[in-house]
Each structure stands twice: as structure tokens, then as C-alpha cells.
Unconditional design. Structure first.
Length: 71
């Protein structure tokens, strides 16, 4: 049971858009292990990621100053 809950939690974090490096850190995995066991979840979030990128690009086209950070 604990494994199932852990798997569900990690899957939820990934599908919610939490960065894989942060998920791996919190789960105590290396990035390689995370990608090996959760590749299906990560692959499934590509559409969501593409939509976020498109929104960011659209916002940048309409307001070039928005989303630009000073470093």
C-alpha cells in the first residue's frame, strides 16, 4: 500500500507540472530513476507543457515586456 500511495503522489506532482528535478529530490530519486519509472506520466504531460509554451509565446507577442525578467 505505501508504494501505491508514493507512486500516486509522485505521479500527481509530475502531472501537476512540478519540475522533474524537484519531484526527484522530494521523492529521494535520481533524475534517471524518476524518468525510468515515471516516463509515462512525464510523456503524458507534453500536451500541457506545449499549451503553456504557446500561452507564454502569445503573451510575449502581445506584450513584449511581459514575462521578460531582468537579471
Amino acid at each position: 500500500m505505501p508504494y501505491s500511495l508514493r507512486h500516486a503522489g509522485v505521479s500527481l506532482w509530475l502531472s501537476s507540472g512540478v519540475a522533474p528535478a524537484e519531484v526527484a529530490r522530494r521523492a529521494g530519486h535520481s533524475i534517471a530513476v524518476l524518468f525510468r519509472f515515471y516516463a509515462k506520466v512525464i510523456h503524458g504531460s507534453q500536451q500541457q507543457t506545449n499549451e503553456r509554451i504557446e500561452q507564454a509565446l502569445s503573451a510575449a507577442e502581445t506584450d513584449p515586456e511581459e514575462g521578460v525578467s531582468e537579471q
